[in-house]
Design a protein around this ligand. Structure first.
Ligand code: SF4
Length: 216
């Protein structure tokens, strides 16, 4: 997590109300939290007791400590990282699609409330699109871009290469030179690019904006 400077905080304060309005116009539920602690508490308050819970790969979820809190609260979880082998891992990813609550971040978001996500296998983008009854997305305000096109450019050219490096995907061009080469390698993590411009089932996707640098 990066340190929050005054300029960033001020921009968040100015931009958050506009972004919340834009998200609500698209039928998302939207919230603004000033910091990670508040965001984790907000997310927990949106998970009914007795829910089954799962999540997609996300630096943000780890940074705000939400996965640990979900375990501490005793929810039934579908955690693919508990799998003993690849078949079990895929079974858990499929079960996640029918969980009550799915936790995720968003790769980039536009000022007018459009969500952009890039995925490798597609389990995360599938869950955001349809399946879990409720999706809770925690998004650092560092991921806000002016337009949906800008958000896609950011996700493809900044977020995805960083994720490839983090995941040690050495056969991808971005891991060897730091820049996306629009690859089709076996290790490519950019198989699916999803733009969510509206929450068709009103309120199903909850977006918690956070006034801190979270994820990338
Ligand atoms: S398309 Fe390939 S090169 Fe570009 S970011 Fe994705 S994995 Fe890296």
């Amino acid at each position: 997590m990066q340190q929050v400077d005054n300029s960033f905080s001020k921009r968040c304060t100015l931009l958050a109300p506009k972004l919340i309005k834009a998200l609500e116009s698209r039928k998302f539920q939207a919230y603004y939290c000033v910091n990670a602690k508040e965001a984790a508490e907000k997310a927990l308050s949106l998970i009914p007791s007795g829910s089954t819970v799962s999540w997609g790969g996300s630096i943000t979820l780890k940074e705000i400590g939400l996965i640990d809190l979900v375990y501490q609260k005793g929810y039934t979880v579908f955690d693919r990282d508990q799998a003993k082998n690849i078949d079990e891992r895929f079974d858990l990813m499929r079960k996640a699609l029918l969980s009550d609550v799915y936790l995720t971040s968003i790769n980039s978001i536009s000022e007018d409330g459009i969500l952009i996500n890039i995925d490798s296998v597609g389990n995360r983008t599938a869950a955001i699109t349809f399946g879990p009854k409720s999706v809770i997305a925690i998004v650092g305000m560092n991921k806000v871009c002016k337009t949906a096109d800008d958000a896609e450019v950011r996700a493809r050219n900044y977020t995805a290469p960083l994720n490839a490096v983090r995941l040690l995907l050495e056969k991808t061009p971005c891991t060897s030179n730091g820049s996306c080469a629009d690859c089709k390698t076996d290790e490519c993590i950019c198989s699916t690019i999803v733009k969510t411009r509206m929450c068709k089932i009103a309120g199903r996707i909850k977006v918690i904006l956070v006034g801190e640098y979270l994820g990338y």
